[in-house]
Each structure stands twice: as C-alpha cells, then as structure tokens.
Design a protein around this ligand. Structure first.
Ligand code: NAD
Length: 251
C-alpha cells in the first residue's frame, strides 16, 4: 500500500516499541517520517531522528520545528510517548502522579500545540493518540496509569471536536498488553517472569500478547487518508480483552 505517499508524519516515542513500529510502517507505506524521543538513537534510516523530552515545552517546540523543516511540512502526528506506573490509588506519592501525568497527558498537549499550526496547512491532517485498554477496563494495580489514559481518551474526543472543522481528524488506539521493551522490563522485574507472562497472555481472549506491528497497523489505519470519515473514535487492539466475555476453558 502507498496511501501515505507524499505525506509527512511525526511520531513521539518513535524509537522503541509501538512508536517505532508505527514510524516504520508509515515509512513503508510512503510517508516521510520523523521520530521525536528522549533517546532517538535506535531509530535508523529512513526515519529522521530528533531528541526531545515531551515534559519540556521548549524542547518539544524546538524538535517539532526541526522535524517539520526536515520533512517539509506535517500531515500526521502520532502522540505515542508514554510511561507506566504501578500500584493502587494509595501507592504513589503526589510527585509521581504529577510526573506520569506530565509525560502521558501533558506530553500530548505540548506536542499537539506545537504541531497544530503545521497540521492546519495540510489537506490530509490526522492525529492518532496512543491510549490504552486501561482507559476503558478496570485493571488491578494500575490506578495512576489508568487515570492518565482515561484523560488521553477524553482529550482525544475533545480535540476531535475542536479541530474537525479545520479538517484535522483525531482518534486513538487502545492497545491491550503489547509485547514491547516496556512489557519486557515489567516481566523481568516480576518475581516469576514466566508465570507473569502466562497470566498476561491468559487475560487476553486470543491467548497471546498483542504485537507492536498490530498496533502500528491500527495507527496507520486511523492516520490514513483512506479513513477520512473517521474521527473521535477509540480503536481497541487488545485481542478481544475489552469486548469479549468468554466462558472459562473446560478442564
Ligand atoms: N506495551 C503495552 O502493553 C502498552 C499497552 C497500552 C498502551 N501502551 C502505550 O503505548 C505507548 C508506547 O509504549 P511502548 O510499550 O511502545 O513503550 P516503550 O518503552 O517501548 O517505548 C516508549 C518510548 O517513549 C519514549 N519516551 C518516554 N518518555 C519520554 C519523554 N518524556 N519524552 C520523549 N520520549 C519519551 C521512550 O524513550 C521510548 O522510546 C505508551 O503511550 C504506552 O502507554 C503500551
């Protein structure tokens, strides 16, 4: 497919996991793609790499300006950079709540703010936010993380309403547990990594983790000019975890 031929895309957190898979897929489908990341070094050609911290407004503005100059404009923004947090509502101090909100929610605000003037100049403008199943399902030990993703979901709808008449579509993807370096780190930290992986796999009706490529496919679907009538939606990419209610396997 070459539905992104001639289009220019920017992916935050594009040096690893879901962001990297999305950046590579958009490039394969014809886009010129820049990634913006705390550590952009793993992103190689044809991706254009820019260092930025989404918690630092000046760094975001500088990196977005450099990326847009390198790309020659901007049509697609993928707001994907994010970090995890574990625990119940009792387990994290205020500082940690502020830190995770700063990356997961305000990071999207800062990047979008810097990109909007450029997106307004595009005839095929689209924003895709990486949300999570944690926004729509109650997961144990994820109070802070889930609250940030609930905010991302609502922000997606509000942004879609604000910018629809400017020709900018805004959607989000809601992945289940995805096999990325992040989840690898979580598994490595578990007392029994194999048992933890088995529990995560069993939670998804497909019986396996989602792949980064599968989330990238959904991001590309939402960002594509072929999806010109789709805005204000959340697309679950979760192996059926949100929508299905299976009977237990008979033993
Ligand atoms: N892996 C999962 O199971 C899963 C499930 C649902 C949603 N998500 C979401 O997907 C997104 C990507 O997750 P992933 O699993 O690919 O993680 P990852 O850790 O593999 O990649 C995240 C990338 O974001 C970058 N990043 C982190 N903080 C940043 C900052 N302050 N400024 C700029 N870049 C920063 C990191 O350097 C890294 O390259 C996140 O928003 C996450 O919440 C992940």
């Amino acid at each position: 497919m070459s539905d992104f031929e001639g289009l220019r895309a920017l992916v935050t957190g594009g040096a690893s996991g879901i962001g990297r898979a999305a950046a590579e897929l958009l490039a394969e489908r014809g886009a010129r793609v820049a990634v913006l990341d705390l550590d952009p070094s793993p992103a190689d050609k044809p991706l254009l790499a820019h260092r930025a911290d989404v918690t630092d407004d000046a760094s975001v503005r500088e990196a977005v300006a450099a990326a847009v100059a390198g790309l020659g404009g901007l049509d697609v923004l993928v707001n994907n950079a994010g970090i995890g947090a574990q625990g119940t509502v009792e387990d994290n101090p205020d500082d940690e709540w502020h830190r995770v909100y700063d990356v997961n929610v305000l990071g999207m605000v800062r990047t979008t703010r810097a990109c909007l003037p450029h997106l307004r100049a595009s005839a095929q403008a689209a924003i895709v936010n990486t949300c999570s199943i944690a926004a729509t399902a109650g997961l144990p030990q994820r109070a802070l993380y889930s609250a940030t993703k609930g905010a991302v979901y609502s922000l997606t709808l509000a942004m879609a309403a604000d910018h629809v008449r400017e020709g900018i579509r805004v959607n989000c993807v809601n992945p289940g547990t995805v096999d990325t370096p992040w989840v690898g780190r979580l598994l490595d930290a578990a007392p029994d990594p194999a048992a933890e992986r088995a529990a995560l796999e069993a939670r998804q009706p497909t019986g396996r983790l989602v792949s980064a490529a599968e989330v990238a496919g959904a991001i590309a679907y939402l960002a594509s000019p072929l999806s010109g009538a789709t805005t204000g939606t959340a697309l679950a990419v979760d192996g059926g975890m949100q929508g299905l209610r299976l009977r237990p396997v008979a033993r």
